[in-house]
Write a protein that binds this ligand. Sequence first.
Ligand code: FES
Length: 185
Amino acid sequence: MAGGKRMIAVQCSCGKRTLRASERKLLRQVDALLTQDGAGSGALIPILQKTQALFGYLPEPALEHISLKLGMPYSEVAGVVGFYSFFTTVPRGRHLIRVCLGTACYVRGGRRVLEAIERKLGIKVGETTPDRQFTLEIARCFGACGLAPVIMIDSDIHQRVKPAKVESILAQYAGKKRVAREAAK
Ligand code: FES
């Protein structure tokens, strides 16, 4: 889903800074993904999806590395990341919660479900819990309007959600690893 143009920081990738051990490990993991997908420019979006599925977001050193390996200007890679709303350069929680506030979900109580989640987690839309377990976002329609109100956690759809069910739904994800939806594509 395209989300319009967003601005993200663009830095020169030609600097000779020393990589930290954690960054070297990160780049080895990105190299493994590049080996799977090839190095043509058509591989950019799949490699970005897999990189984000791996780390939960797109770290800047990974973007620099991808631009070098694909032979594309960093500004071009950053432009693609900025264009698609499902890409993020900000670390997210282990689990991504998206609450639908499309018309059907809104009129059937989606806003109250959202408020219940905000109260339970102590965060607002766009924020991540301090323990990095959950990030909360809103969505406009999952195409499941007949099941409203709907929330999606990672790749799981929860239907006809009531505020009273929020706590038990979230408890299912405590300590559970994220299902990498993008990596499965
Ligand atoms: S409006 Fe929520 S799924 Fe369509």
